[in-house]
Design a protein around this ligand. Structure first.
Ligand code: NDP
Length: 288
């Protein structure tokens, strides 16, 4: 039976560390502040918004909600993001994506101050992630995977790690973060030959392919550590991951559940990034 790697425990440890950093900022008159920019009223966005606000409230991070109508113009969105980027009282800005058509996030990546880019969308942060710059703010989800591995003391040096998925929000940045931890990383995608073999040989297998229950027991090596990034709605209407948890748990040595795994750590990473940004923007040195 595999050990369950629980996101709530990781989030709790991160919260304890963050509380100290926030107190240090408060002592200097800085209240870390996050702006959440939502266009329209998508259910997914609103659910994440609620959970982000809950996490920030628990930590004493101020939240400013900026909500635009689903039919807002590109100009209105860009103006809103530019105002937040220039506002000295705002330290982090997260823009819910995907944006409703025909809006484009591309121009926003250049408008947003990279120091406030707490979900790692800007080319500046992505370049830092790819070059191994420690000042990078990576997208929250891949960073959440790293936080879980770190919290459970999973050593990555020299390990064979396979990441299934190569998107710019999860697979690719995650592969770079793992490489920075000296893992030997294989990135798989829909054109990968012998996907099963690439997965089976992994000591740490990360599923980020967006296919409900795709990773079965036959794709997992004995005793592998399995991290499931996927969030899907299964045939039974319930939330499930990209890993078939019931089938894989007996084979793996450790596994993240869905829900309760990676997804429960992303808002803590968001909070961590807001705190780091508040420190940088105010010239305060805190060790995060
Ligand atoms: P994308 O759809 O953008 O990317 C999926 C990737 O998986 C692609 O690179 C694709 O390959 C690859 N892939 C898809 N099917 C297969 C297959 N059959 N075999 C091999 N590779 C495959 O998804 P995201 O990266 O945005 O998200 C991945 C998962 O993570 C989703 O389940 C999503 O819901 C979840 N997620 C979870 C978050 C969290 O907080 N836990 C946050 C963000 C996402 P190719 O490039 O060739 O098309």
């Amino acid at each position: 039976m595999a050990k369950k790697l629980l996101g709530k425990d990781v989030a709790q440890h991160m919260q304890e560390t963050l509380e100290e950093k926030i107190a240090a900022l408060e002592a200097r008159g800085v209240t870390p502040t996050l702006a959440l920019v939502r266009v329209g009223a998508r259910g997914d966005d609103m659910a994440y918004e609620r959970s982000a606000i809950k996490r920030m409230d628990a930590l004493g991070i101020r939240v400013r909600q900026v909500i635009l109508d689903a039919d807002a113009s590109q100009q209105a969105l860009e103006t809103a993001v530019a105002a937040l980027s220039d506002d000295p009282d705002v330290h982090g800005v997260m823009i819910f994506q995907p944006l409703p058509a025909p809006l484009s996030a591309e121009p926003l990546k250049a408008i947003l101050d990279p120091r406030k880019d707490v979900d790692g969308m800007s080319p500046v942060n992505m370049a830092k992630v790819f070059s191994g710059d420690p000042s990078a703010m990576a997208p929250c989800t891949p960073q959440a995977v790293i936080e879980i591995l770190d919290d459970y003391g999973i050593d990555l040096i020299g390990k064979r790690v396979t990441v299934v998925g190569r998107s710019m929000v999860v697979g690719r940045p995650l592969a770079m973060l793992l490489l920075e931890r000296h893992a030997t990383v294989t990135i798989c995608h829909t054109k990968t030959d012998a996907l099963m073999a690439r997965c089976r040989e992994a000591e740490v297998l990360v599923a980020a392919c967006g296919r409900a229950n795709m990773i079965g027991a036959d794709m997992v090596g004995d005793g592998a550590i399995v991290i499931d990034v996927g969030i899907n709605v299964g045939a039974d209407g319930k939330l499930c991951g990209d890993v078939d948890f019931a089938a894989v748990e007996p084979v793996a040595s450790a596994i993240t559940p869905v829900p309760g795994g990676v997804g429960s750590v992303t808002t803590s990473v968001l909070a961590k990034h807001v705190v780091e940004a508040a420190a940088v923007l105010n010239g305060v040195t805190i060790d995060t």
